[in-house]
Ligand binder design. Structure first.
Ligand SMILES: Cc1ncc(COP(=O)(O)O)c(C=O)c1O
Length: 441
């Protein structure tokens, strides 16, 4: 029995599923989650002293690698002056200025929160408070945190009223969220034609990455922006995952900034806090000033803008200059090409969706454009792929519905380990593939 096995058995007694967040529990791939004792640069070390090359990066934040000396120094200095003040601090101001400056005029102000969930919840409340309308429009398979309004999926069809995805979400709340299949601008137009005057906001991921990475159809986000505005609604671009990762200005930097349109509200998380609990809502001064105490929309938080978290975020953003993004993009090109080649040579049908440095590997032979097509992947083959990769020292997300995250800490030695590990993983995925029908099922 490994130390991870022993700790997990203990954890199951005092924590539901033994974890603080469900996907960590390995339910979809089977087996025992590895307990981590430390991580440095591109490596994670588990409690059994096995070392892995990290391609999860704590689900996004660790873009500059783990325990980067500059991030550690900034946090140490901050915590030496106390872990929390519950009052404004200079480091919080400096991070706000850095975020506003980076977004190059797309936002004037930010409000810090402790999690992406809170940030999107706050953006939705703002949109509803400003427009005095109830409805939110989201897309099936996009994740915006676990607040009641967003734990909603929808059956097919236009304007189907949301049904709660989880017991505990009142149907009255879920009913004010409409979930449409991703990419179907025709259905968005139909919905707005019928109920446009009730819609407070369209909420979308800049690049969806929570059903695996989906490449937005050309012009899709701009059309969402235009449709929302034509009906007096707002566009909330959720960049909790993509913000300051896909480019210095996130997914918006790859799209809106070039096409000259701007979402009304942004949400940021993950990279903005450099691995500490920090997220934010951003927008124009006009919209953001609806927030209390300037305006009537209430939002608050004991630990919001925490100085140690802001210090980690500020240090991480400072590390991520243009050269760092170029390196990250080049590394992601190499890793995704390795996954492609390994699966190809093992004869495993697959699709890779990629936007700049973010990509997903789907074990399916059909294009993946939305949640329904992402769901066609062969989850059994993925489990074999995942466990063989883990044995070979690769730390992958334990689900085929996740993005792969690279960091600037990955070096050539890591890439060799990744290449060898992916070949073993691909061979394992190939075992038991009796026919293409298996893949489709
Ligand atoms: C796009 C997006 N929005 C919101 C969230 C929720 O963020 P958090 O987990 O910090 O609450 C996530 C988390 O993965 C996300 O990817």
């Amino acid at each position: 029995m490994s130390v991870s096995d022993e700790l997990f058995a203990e954890a199951l007694k005092v924590m539901p599923g033994g974890v603080s967040s469900p996907v960590r529990a390995y339910r979809s791939v089977g087996g025992t989650p590895r307990f981590v004792k430390r991580a440095l640069g591109s490596h994670i070390v588990d409690v059994d002293d096995k070392r892995y090359v990290d391609l999860v990066c704590s689900w996004g934040p660790m873009i500059a690698g783990h325990a980067h000396p500059e991030v550690v120094a900034a946090v140490q200095q901050a915590v030496a002056d106390s872990t929390s003040f519950g009052a404004p601090s200079e480091v919080e101001l400096r991070l706000a200025q850095a975020v506003v400056a980076r977004m190059g005029g797309a936002i004037d102000k930010v409000r810090f929160t402790c999690s992406g969930t809170e940030a999107v919840m706050t953006a939705a409340r703002l949109a509803r408070g400003i427009t005095k309308r109830p409805l939110l429009v989201k897309f099936v398979g996009c994740y915006h945190g676990h607040s009641d309004s967003f734990l909603v999926s929808a059956g097919s069809g236009v304007a189907s009223l949301g049904l709660p995805d989880s017991p505990g979400v009142p149907k009255e709340v879920a009913g004010d969220t409409v979930a449409l299949p991703y990419g179907r601008i025709d259905l968005v137009e139909e919905l707005f034609a019928e109920r446009g005057d009730q819609v407070a906001a369209i909420v979308t991921e800049g690049v969806p990455a929570n059903m695996g990475v989906i490449v937005p159809p050309e012009g899709f986000n701009r059309r969402l922006h235009d449709i929302a505005h034509a009906h007096g609604a707002l566009l909330i671009q959720d960049e909790v995952l993509t913000g300051f990762r896909l480019s210095p200005t996130g997914a918006w930097g790859l799209q809106g900034a070039k096409e000259e349109w701007t979402p009304d509200l942004f949400t940021f998380g993950k990279v903005i806090g450099g691995g500490m609990p920090l997220a934010a809502v951003g927008g124009s001064a006009q919209l953001m000033d609806y927030l209390a105490p300037e305006g009537p929309v209430y939002q608050a938080g004991t630990l919001s803008g925490n100085p140690a978290a802001c210090a980690a975020g500020l240090a991480t953003l400072a590390l991520m200059d243009d050269a760092a993004y170029s390196r990250l993009d080049a590394t992601a090109d190499r890793v995704s090409a390795m996954a492609d080649a390994a699966l190809e040579s093992a004869g495993v049908p697959h699709r890779i969706n990629k936007v700049s440095n973010l990509f997903s590997v789907f074990l399916t032979d059909a294009p993946v454009t939305d949640f329904a097509s992402a769901s066609k992947q062969d989850t059994k083959a993925f489990s074999r792929f995942f466990h063989a990769a883990l044995d070979a020292g690769l730390w992958l997300a334990p689900s085929g519905f996740e993005a792969w995250f690279c960091s600037t800490a990955l070096d050539d030695d890591d890439l060799e380990v990744i290449d060898a590990g992916l070949h073993k993983a691909a061979q394992a995925a190939a075992q038991g593939l009796s026919s293409l029908e298996d893949v489709r099922r």
